[in-house]
Design a protein around this ligand. Structure first.
Ligand SMILES: O=C(O)CCC(=O)C(=O)O
Length: 240
């Protein structure tokens, strides 16, 4: 099957279910670069990663508006962030081409957010994420902008170490998140990518294991602004 056929079948499946799973989305060398960047950011963090940062580490801080909106300027800032940042940035750009095949054709693909979600060992409930849709975090203005999150497992993931669960019921998708939803856990090897629509209901489990659970998660969308016109996060153009 050619690459193009793959993208078409992925797009159909994504439109229908709100997520797709792509195994071996990165090779071993890329996985090492991503893990190294995640660990470097964790070790550099000046706050408690769980209690203060909610397990979220960003590979950049204090970006200017120009850096948040220019491919060239973001690339400069981004590739200086860590020792392996250049390798990771190449992967992010490859993911942007997949995002192109999944977002509506009238949306110009921008990098909206870039983060690692790191759950240290034995952290129980404090590392769980409740049922939500990524669009829940936008105001009424931004909520209409289609977004896709690229949730890339850097460690093997399962129910006991903090994997995500996705809701597969269309009735649940349109209702407010309820505690009674069960969902389906993603049990997968490191290197597996789950692409999640901004409107898909998902949650994640606590990490009860004795090892770190690391995930790299860039998000792509059009330019997302708040009602007051301010950017919500990044708006780095990814299409030439
Ligand atoms: O990685 C996780 O455990 C959950 C991440 C998540 O649900 C999110 O960032 O929206």
């Amino acid at each position: 099957m050619g690459d193009e056929t793959h993208l078409v079948s992925n797009a159909a499946s994504f439109a229908q279910r709100g997520y797709i799973i792509i195994e071996n989305a990165v090779d071993l060398a890329e996985l090492h670069s991503l893990r190294a960047e995640s660990d470097e950011l964790f070790n550099q963090a000046e706050a408690d990663v769980v209690a203060d940062l909610g397990c979220i580490l960003e590979p950049h801080s204090q970006l200017s508006n120009a850096e948040r909106t220019s491919f060239e300027l973001y690339t400069c800032a981004r590739t200086e962030a860590t020792t392996t940042a250049e390798d990771v940035w190449r992967i992010t750009q490859r993911f942007a081409t997949i995002a192109r095949s999944l977002l509506p054709s009238d949306v110009s693909v921008h990098l909206f957010n870039e983060q690692y979600i790191v759950k240290p060992p034995h952290q129980a409930q404090s590392t769980a994420f409740a049922w939500h849709r990524d669009s829940d975090f936008m105001d009424a203005h931004g909520r209409d902008m289609p977004t896709v999150a690229f949730w890339l497992a850097l460690d093997d993931v399962k129910e006991t170490n903090g994997t995500i669960f996705v809701s597969t019921s269309s009735a649940e998708q349109s209702a407010p998140p309820a505690a009674s939803i069960i969902g389906v856990p993603v049990v997968a090897r490191a290197g597996t990518l789950v692409v999640i629509d901004g409107k898909l209901l998902h949650r994640s489990a606590p990490n009860n294991s004795d090892k770190f659970r690391r995930v790299y998660m860039p998000q792509f969308s059009g330019v997302v602004r708040r009602v007051d016109g301010e950017l919500v996060a990044l708006a780095v153009p990814m299409e030439k």
